[in-house]
Design a protein around this ligand. Structure first.
Ligand code: 4NP
Length: 157
């Protein structure tokens, strides 16, 4: 496996995609792949640029042993489509925004996270922002499932 670059994308980059970045970098560390795979996350929208992950996302991650307090939100930029090998949308809306912005020759780099977890029984990681703590637990479980499948795919690529 050559060096790979992975970008996780949601709407605000404060709930789902930083959770995914934290889970994925933890998985990479477990597999001694930290040096081989670069990770980042971004939002399709600029609402929360510069903010740390939502407190509820941080608390749920920490409850599972993962610290995401160092992450800061940014918005997706055109150069991301050139730089990253894997651009991973959390839901179908994020996917549509990305595909509309992505240059045609590299559209194959854009995927939905749960495409890598077909047995999860759903296509989208639901937006937890306006819900309660249960939503953040569900997000963590789904993202963990998707990240495992994504890592398996990247290792085979
Ligand atoms: P995320 O969640 O896309 O998972 O970071 C959201 C965060 C903020 C908003 C919506 C979703 N918002 O509308 O501000």
């Amino acid at each position: 496996m050559d060096n790979q670059r992975v970008l996780f994308v949601c709407l605000g980059n404060i709930c789902r995609s930083p959770t995914a970045e934290g889970i994925f970098r933890d998985l990479l560390a477990q597999h001694h792949l930290t040096a081989a795979v670069e990770t980042d996350s971004a939002g399709t929208h600029a609402y929360h640029v510069g903010s740390p992950p939502d407190r509820r996302a941080q608390e749920e991650a920490l409850r599972r042993g993962i610290d995401i307090s160092d992450l800061r939100a940014r918005q997706i930029r055109l150069s991301d489509f050139d730089y990253f090998d894997w651009i991973i949308a959390m839901d179908s809306d994020n996917y549509s925004v990305l595909m509309a912005e992505c240059p045609t020759p590299v559209q194959g780099r854009v995927h939905r996270l749960l495409d890598f977890a077909p047995d999860a029984g759903r296509e989208d990681v639901p937006d937890p922002y306006y819900g309660g703590v249960d939503g953040f637990r569900q997000v963590f479980d789904l993202v963990e499932h998707g990240c495992s499948g994504l890592l398996r795919t990247i290792r085979q690529a």
